[in-house]
Design a protein around this ligand. Structure first.
Ligand SMILES: [Zn+2]
Ligand SMILES: [Zn+2]
Length: 367
């Protein structure tokens, strides 16, 4: 079956609205390529970077921008060169929708490091850089349909509820990929998770599933019960005096996954928690600089790193792990008709811990 629509009903920003609101409009569909698939969108997660982009924090709004990079749906058409996907498959698409295919990073399936990647995250970052859609912005999942290369449409295993799978496509792989890279699961490790929110609640579950001992670190005690319910072994409540909060916990963690984005990240304060050669990893689109004393890193030969998203291969591995260990994002569903309410609630800090938009017209379930 060939790729069909020339335009796609999508939720896109109302011109000059501030704060930006979305309206349903027909948007020209991506120029089809031979390896594209068309996906009927059932669910799409709402990620912080969608909201910060709508709020203009990642540059001026692009006309006809379609956000949403935690897309789950049913394949309804496949191009003649689409690989590994057939009509009827339930697939997910994350923040990346294309890469060059020929560089060393693409060849080793680290697509996220391709210099010609196409990110649908926080438009206007990336455009397609090859094929008939060269120069076009990618479109996300705040829409009735998604079209893009089959390489980035990852099959959702049947053991995973497609609605629950949506937040794993960005938030999930963003925490899973660095844990894989820093060896969680290959040896006994102690992992700290700073911030219990959209990313942190998944980091706890993945670290636990990969065999780590997990310490949750969060402001106050409000998230303690949630952290323990998610599988954390220990909870450190923080205040405005991190140095005293961390007394007695020095050199206790091999890896710290930092998911918070405060006005000023006191990175140096977390370093004493690391065991020698441990690593402090900051996640997400942290756009504010932070200071860090090299002396704080010196005696433990500690590392500081950042990480974003993951490859399609990592998404597949992550889904398998999620099925095996029953890892489930905690979600609240909103009908797509209420997308503006969802974004308003997101701005108000209401997610516990992820929002998922539901296309009931396409068969998505609010239950
Ligand atoms: Zn995201
Ligand atoms: Zn490449």
């Amino acid at each position: 079956m060939s790729l069909q629509p020339k335009s796609i009903k999508s939720w896109t920003p109302v011109a000059n609205s501030s704060p930006a609101t979305l309206e349903e409009r027909d948007i020209p569909a991506k120029t089809p390529a031979a390896d594209d698939v068309d996906v009927k969108v059932l669910y799409c997660g709402v990620c912080a970077s969608d909201v910060t982009a709508l709020d203009g924090e990642s540059g001026p709004l692009v006309e006809n921008a379609v956000y949403g990079h935690e897309v789950v749906g049913e394949v309804v058409a496949v191009g003649p060169e689409a690989e590994g996907i057939k009509v009827g498959d339930i697939v997910g698409i994350g923040a990346q929708s294309d890469c060059c295919r020929t560089c060393e990073f693409c060849e080793e399936h680290n697509d996220q490091f391709c210099a010609k990647n196409t990110f649908s995250i926080s438009l206007p970052f990336g455009k397609y850089q090859r094929g008939p859609a060269d120069g076009e912005f990618p479109h996300g999942g705040f829409a009735k349909f998604w079209r893009g290369p089959s390489r980035f449409a990852v099959k959702i295993p049947s053991g995973l509820d497609p609605a629950v799978a949506a937040p794993l496509l960005c938030a999930g792989v963003t925490v899973y990929s660095p844990m894989l890279h820093y060896g969680v699961g290959t040896r006994a490790m102690r992992v700290g998770v700073v911030g219990i929110g959209g990313l942190g609640h998944l980091a706890i579950q993945f670290a636990k599933a990969m065999g780590a001992r997990v310490t949750a670190i969060s402001r106050g005690t409000g998230k303690k019960d949630d952290a323990l319910a998610l599988g954390a072994d220990e909870y450190i409540s923080t205040s405005s005096d991190l140095a005293s909060d961390f007394k007695g916990h020095e050199r206790s963690l091999d890896l710290i996954i930092c998911t918070i984005n405060p006005p000023e990240l006191e990175a140096s304060s977390y370093i004493p928690l690391l065991r020698p050669r441990g690593t402090f990893v900051v996640l997400g689109l942290i756009q504010k600089d932070f200071t860090l004393s090299p002396m704080a890193l010196l005696m433990g030969a500690s590392g500081v790193a950042a990480s974003a998203i993951g490859s399609p291969d990592e998404l597949r591995q992550m889904f398998d792990l999620a099925v095996k260990h029953n890892i489930r994002p905690w979600i609240t569903k909103y009908n797509f008709d209420d997308v503006n309410l969802a974004i308003e609630d997101f701005r108000a800090g209401k997610p516990r811990f992820r929002f998922v938009l539901v296309n009931t017209d396409n068969g998505g379930s609010m239950a």
